[in-house]
Design a protein around this ligand. Structure first.
Ligand SMILES: [Zn+2]
Length: 237
């Protein structure tokens, strides 16, 4: 693979990098929690995201709209890297009303095949400018945040979910309105109470720190699927 980084890649690889890669912040049951993400955590998260994107048919030459903002890098950063590594083009937007004009420009100029992370605020703004059905109706994949699901489906667009579950990222199961997390990285225990507890696997830099978050998603009992992104599926409650 040749790109603008190629001539200096070996030099870059020789430079030692300080840990962590970044620090994420989540609202846990006990209040705000900061948690670090190492470079290798990030690389595994990006590899998992890439296998998901490939399963959705995203390939070199595609144009992908990703709606995210800087502090969401723990979840959306590995997705951005995965899209770049597939040699697709990212059209970046922020989850905000002021992005409606830039969004309209992207939708008119480029053959967008996929949108990831659309929120209700930007969704409403797009709906009032060029219309959601017009821009989303023919896309290969439409992955929205929970707060945009009702709006998008009301316009007749088949959408699925992308949603953080604590420090883990929930990505749509291809078979129904549910999400999977990367089970090689996180063990989520759902005891049916008000919280989910999320234990990082030993390879993660935060290993040993189990995090509890409000249970807005619950385990789907008896879920069987062959989408290969996870065995346990979570659905909105
Ligand atoms: Zn599945």
């Amino acid at each position: 693979v040749t790109n603008t980084i190629s001539p200096i890649a070996s030099g870059l690889a020789a430079i030692s990098r300080a840990e962590p890669r970044c620090v994420g912040h989540i609202s846990a049951a006990e209040g705000g929690v900061d948690y670090p993400i190492s470079w290798s955590d990030w690389a595994r998260d990006a590899a998992w995201a890439q296998s998901f994107l490939k399963s959705r048919g995203i390939r070199a030459g595609d144009f992908v709209v990703i709606v995210s903002t800087g502090h969401e890098a723990p979840w959306y950063g590995p997705i951005l890297d995965a899209v770049y590594d597939l040699h697709a083009t990212v059209c970046p937007l922020e989850p905000a009303r002021f992005e409606a004009i830039r969004a309209e420009m992207f939708f008119k100029r480029f053959p967008i095949t996929t949108i990831i992370g659309l929120d209700r605020e930007l969704g409403l703004a797009i709906d009032q400018s060029i219309g959601l059905e017009r821009v989303l109706g023919k896309m290969r994949s439409v992955l929205v945040r929970s707060d945009a699901l009702e709006l998008v489906t009301a316009r007749g667009v088949a959408a699925q979910l992308i949603v953080p579950i604590g420090p883990a990222l929930g990505l749509a199961c291809s078979e129904r309105l549910a999400v999977h997390v990367n089970e090689a990285e996180w063990a989520i225990a759902d005891e049916g109470g008000a919280t989910l507890s999320i234990a990082p696997k030993p390879q993660r830099i935060v290993a040993g720190d189990t995090i509890r978050v409000a249970r807005t998603f619950g385990t789907l009992k008896g879920h069987r699927c062959s989408c290969k992104h996870g065995q346990v599926a979570f659905a909105p409650m």
